[in-house]
Design a protein. Structure first.
Ligand code: DAT
Ligand code: MG
Length: 138
């Protein structure tokens, strides 16, 4: 079965949206097969967001992700990588479609980095790499 890494980012945890995110994953029919709350450290985030090193929003992104606890979970199901990104909606919450997590629950806060509630892996390779980072290869 395909699996993906979902993160509820610090904005989602601060706003008590962990249950809302999990409910949407479960209502869609995917299975949550592992979950943990953690305070990320810089070393973990530098690996997780390695593809964005050097971009103007990289440092604000890392600082934002360090700003409070996050929830990491593994969701499973056929085509869950694509399916969760569809549930999440577009990166920019201002234009993310209503009905999506970002479209319904987030907006532009005027910050250097977009705060958009959730992360979802974007390919099988990223998912396996990110699951290893957050769940030690399980
Ligand atoms: P996604 O999270 O939709 O996969 P991404 O991997 O391109 O998007 O970027 C990671 C995060 O960085 C994203 O969720 C929000 C932030 N971000 C991306 N592009 C940005 C931009 N142009 N300006 C500000 N923040 C950005
Ligand atoms: Mg991404």
């Amino acid at each position: 079965m395909e699996r993906t890494l979902v993160l509820v980012k610090p904005d989602g945890v601060r706003r008590n949206l962990v249950g809302e995110v999990i409910a949407r994953i479960e209502r869609k029919g995917y299975f949550v097969t592992n979950i943990r709350m953690l305070q990320a450290d810089r070393a973990l985030l530098e690996q997780h967001y390695a593809e964005h090193i050097g971009k103007p929003f990289y440092e604000p992104l890392v600082e934002f992700m360090l700003s409070g606890p996050i929830v990491a979970l593994i969701a499973e199901g056929n085509r869950v990588i694509e399916g969760f990104r569809s549930l999440a909606g577009a990166t920019d919450p201002t234009v993310a479609a209503p009905g999506t997590i970002r479209g319904d629950l987030a907006r532009d806060q005027g910050t250097k980095v977009v705060q958009n509630i959730v992360h979802g892996s974007d390919s099988v390779e990223s998912a396996e790499r990110e699951i290893s980072l957050f769940f030690g290869g399980k």
